[in-house]
Design a protein around this ligand. Structure first.
Ligand SMILES: C[S@@+](CC[C@H](N)C(=O)[O-])C[C@H]1O[C@@H](n2cnc3c(N)ncnc32)[C@H](O)[C@@H]1O
Length: 252
């Protein structure tokens, strides 16, 4: 008994040392190591951290009870980990992604899921949904305006989270994104964008959302993403090693 306890404690100590060593490895190198060990990018440590912090920020600012019974469409879902939170709360959730391999992985873990390329179809043909959960995907689109317009036409609520650029004016900066091994979570097209908060708010209003509520707060921050950044209108979308992000609740 004492021997097996010693063995377990010894193993825990080793794991603790390993975890501390992993912490001291720079983020990019750690991510490469995690990917090389066979983990999906969506299961890398920084992703898990970002999923928890963004969900914490969202649920700190909404009352899901008023949306009870509404159907949720998760877009650009990756493996659908954010949609899991709504499933756990009793919502009927369908999760979609532009990449068939992510959809297969979601189906394999029992999620209702189909391929939806937002640049090609928006959410027009997706079916009948009340809430669209669009976290981490707007900035991977080549046609962000068309996507937001289709959300305004189809849904009552849009939960939106994205990388943005720091510009006071309503502008969009266009970027090329990584592909291949480096890009399973990047733009399918592979053209992305970095819209300014003013552009997102203007476009959502024009799409038919009467309230566009900015719920960005430090609760959502993680190692490489920040919501409580100061606006200086520098045009940048990355600062001191983290991306500038924003989160909104849009309602018709
Ligand atoms: C940064 S990941 C975000 C994953 C998850 N929503 C999150 O926030 O953690 C972006 C996801 O959007 C998907 N994506 C990129 N371009 C897309 C497009 N045109 N249509 C639909 N999904 C797209 C990628 O395959 C990837 O799974």
């Amino acid at each position: 008994m004492a021997g097996s306890l010693r063995a377990v404690t010894g193993k825990q100590l080793q794991l603790g040392v390993l975890a501390r060593r992993m912490q001291s490895i720079p983020l990019t190198a750690r991510t490469v190591l995690e990917r090389a060990s066979g983990k999906s990018i969506f299961e890398a440590r920084y992703y898990r951290e970002s999923q928890l912090s963004r969900l914490a920020n969202l649920f700190a600012h909404i009352d899901v009870e008023k949306w009870r019974g509404m159907r949720v469409l998760e877009v650009g879902a990756g493996l659908g980990h954010l949609g899991d939170a709504f499933t756990a709360l009793g919502f009927d959730v369908t999760s979609t992604d532009g990449r068939p391999e992510h959809v297969e992985a979601m189906r394999a873990r029992g999620r209702e899921s189909f391929v939806l390329d937002l640049d090609r179809d928006g959410v027009d043909k997706a079916g009948d949904y009340d809430i669209i959960l669009a976290f981490g995907v707007l900035y991977h689109l080549a046609k962000p305006q068309e996507f937001l317009q289709s959300c305004g036409a189809a849904a009552k609520v849009l939960l939106l989270e994205t990388c943005v650029c720091d510009d006071r004016e309503p502008v969009v900066k266009w970027v090329k994104e990584s592909s291949g091994w480096l890009g399973p979570d990047q733009a399918v097209s592979p053209n992305g964008c970095r819209p300014s908060p003013a552009w997102v708010e203007k476009t959502c209003s024009e799409a038919g959302f009467r309230t566009v509520r900015d719920i960005s707060s430090s609760i959502g921050n993680w190692t490489s993403g920040r919501f409580d950044w100061e606006a200086h209108s520098t045009g940048e979308w990355s600062r001191s090693g983290y991306n500038l992000r924003k989160m909104w609740v849009c309602e018709r």
